[in-house]
Design a protein around this ligand. Structure first.
Ligand SMILES: Nc1ncnc2c1ncn2[C@@H]1O[C@H](COP(=O)(O)OP(=O)(O)OP(=O)(O)O)[C@@H](O)[C@H]1O
Length: 599
């Protein structure tokens, strides 16, 4: 059997490509995996053992160089004492005074070694040797105690003596290195080294906790064979944890947390609505106990399955298996399990644990495909619907844009019309007032009052009323030409004209007032001639009899209202009386102060 093949098989089983395995341990493994007394195979095996021992020695040296290199990086004193590639002797001599180890440990875990005896010079004289021995004793003791407290791999002080096992020292240093790098990377999750060192990060930034051996170790029965002990030792010394192993540990941690928290979640949801319920440490302890119990059960059942599997592949008398066959079987099994676990875990992550029970259902894949098909169809339909909606939206959008353009055009037209309208209005206003002006700024009208009751017999002095504003008055006391006189007004109203006919000539002046022109309308005549009748009217309750004042006010307010969008008017009223050459304000209540203040 080619050596390379054996080595590869070993790597795929333990994932320790750079590990060093002591020869005695490897022999232990060999005898566990290979129990046949086949002579030819044994000869071949002996040859392989020698070759393998040489390879392991090389690997041990490589690990020693690795440890020395790290110490040189961590401590400047180490680079003076330790060569880059030290022999076992150089390695031991460099480290035996404990100074480098203490300094490095204090860098990894500040304050771990309280007192470090400083004397880095390795003096080979007899006095110097005695001093070094004291240093060695102090520093080494402190270092080993501190490393022990951290529950990292340790070694015996005698391992640094001549003939001691420098492999254990190398293990300790590489373990410390692994721990340091894990800590530097944030110290997240669980860090393991070999089979016995397990360190879990603490929440809230507290220092990492150092856990003891895995529970699997506790389950080791004392009655197990020494081969099994050797296997364990092999695992212990098989080097740092590989990437795949740490992934598997993370997945297990994740599953445990998921299981535990899921259980707690279900419990809390059941308690929904119970008002006086409080989550306390008792409940948490109970939940965690339950989780640990279930997980323990799972581990036991899994270990039984594994036992069955291993027993199956063990060589028996009928069909003996060679070591390479055993290794290949184990590798295949692990590959198969790894692919199963990774797909299960990814599925678990996608489902959020809700379909845990359906994982092992044979119909899972078929059902899943069906769901995917249905969702695919729905997705296609949604895409079509989306496209249609998009087209509709575009259609509406172009319609709205067209409508908007029409509106803009229309508004522009209105703007033009509006400005034209205002121009026309202004023109109209000017023309209107010009007409009023042309009619005369001072206009005098004459109204003839009919006879009052009881005056019917009296002869009227009005002889004739002309169309052009002339009126002829007769004086009965005079004769001939002097008896008649003609007076001319803008217009003369006879006794039969209505109040409305009187107002028609005054009405245009009201609009002139609202256009900003001053207008004054007043009635003049002797007592009883009909001034009040014309200006106010005989009966205010009947609109028909309203005089000029009321009609003017009505038109004033109605025009103000009609123009309110363009102009705001303010209307005020004064009522004054001129009597006996005195002007009085009739709206002042206090009679004594009615006199109008003329300036
Ligand atoms: N056009 C008319 N038709 C019918 N009756 C009229 C007319 N004009 C005046 N009269 C009547 O003549 C009377 C006197 O009118 P009115 O009181 O208006 O006169 P006047 O000029 O205001 O008097 P004064 O200056 O004393 O106040 C009233 O009875 C009124 O009803």
């Amino acid at each position: 059997m080619p050596q390379e093949n054996i080595h590869n098989q070993s790597n795929s089983l333990f994932n320790t490509s750079s590990s060093v395995t002591p020869v005695k341990n490897l022999r232990g493994l060999k005898s566990l995996a290979y129990n046949s007394s086949n002579e030819a195979s044994y000869t071949e095996e002996m040859f392989n053992d020698r070759d393998l021992a040489q390879r392991k020695a090389e690997e041990a040296a490589a690990r020693r160089y690795q440890a020395a290199e790290w110490l040189r990086q961590m401590d400047s004193g180490a680079s003076e004492v330790l060569p880059k590639e030290p022999s076992e002797e150089e390695f031991r001599c460099g480290l035996r005074n404990g100074l480098i180890l203490c300094n490095v440990l204090n860098k990894v875990n500040p304050g771990a070694v309280h007192k470090v005896v400083m004397n880095s010079v390795v003096d080979m004289s007899s006095e110097g040797a005695a001093q070094s021995a004291i240093q060695y004793f102090e520093n080494m003791r402190n270092f080993l105690v501190a490393v022990g407290k951290m529950q990292l791999l340790t070694f015996e002080a005698s391992d640094l003596e001549k003939g001691g096992s420098s492999n254990k020292v190398v293990d300790c240093i590489l373990c410390l290195k692994g721990y340091y790098e894990w800590k530097e990377a944030g110290g997240i999750g669980v860090w393991k080294y070999g089979g016995t060192v397990r360190i879990t990060s603490c929440p809230k930034g507290s220092p990492s906790s150092f856990g003891g051996s895995d529970s699997a170790d506790e389950s080791v029965d004392d009655s197990e064979s020494s081969q099994f002990d050797q296997l364990l030792e092999f695992l212990h010394l098989s080097g740092e944890v590989s990437f795949e192993e740490s992934n598997a540990a993370n997945i297990l941690t994740f599953l445990f947390d998921r299981f535990g928290l899921g259980l707690l979640q279900a419990y809390l949801m059941e308690r929904n609505g119970v008002e006086d319920f409080h989550l306390n440490s008792m409940v948490i302890d109970a939940v965690l106990r339950k989780v640990v119990k279930n997980f323990s059960g799972l581990l036991v059942s899994q270990s039984n399955q594994l036992r069955l599997f291993l027993k199956k592949i063990l060589p028996d008398e009928c069909s003996p298996l060679s070591r390479s066959e055993v290794l290949e079987t184990i590798s295949n099994y692990l590959r198969h399990r790894t692919s199963l676990v990774s797909s299960d875990v990814s599925r678990y992550c996608i489902c959020g644990g809700k379909r845990e029970s359906s994982w092992h259902d044979n119909g899972f894949h078929a059902g899943n495909e069906e769901i995917v098909d249905v969702q695919q169809k729905e997705l296609e339909e949604l895409k079509i619907f989306c496209r249609e909606t998009k087209l509709d939206v575009q259609k509406y959008k172009s319609g709205w844009e067209e409508e908007f353009r029409r509106l803009v055009h229309h508004i522009k037209g209105l703007e033009v019309a509006s400005s034209s309208y205002h121009k026309v209005l202004e023109e109209n206003r000017l023309l209107y007032n010009q007409v009023q002006d042309l009619k005369g700024t001072i206009r005098v009208y004459c109204r003839v009052r009919p006879f009052l009751s009881g005056q019917s017999d009296v002869q009227s002095t009005v002889d004739y009323i002309g169309e052009n504003g002339d009126i002829m008055i007769v004086n009965p006391r005079k004769q001939g030409k002097d008896a008649r006189k003609i007076f001319t007004f803008n217009k003369v109203f006879g006794t039969k004209v209505t109040q409305q006919q009187i107002y028609v000539d005054t009405q245009p002046l009201v609009r002139s007032v609202l256009d900003g022109f001053n207008v004054c309308i007043f009635a003049y005549g002797q007592t009883g001639s009909g001034k009040t009748y014309t200006m106010s009217g005989p009966d205010l309750t009947t609109e028909e009899t309203w005089g000029v004042n009321y009609r003017a006010l009505r038109d004033l307010f109605s025009t103000t209202k009609a123009r309110r969008d363009m102009i705001e008017y303010e209307v005020g009223v004064q009522m004054i009386e001129i009597y006996n050459e005195q002007v009085r304000d009739l709206l002042v209540i206090d009679g004594a102060n009615r006199r109008y203040p003329l300036h």
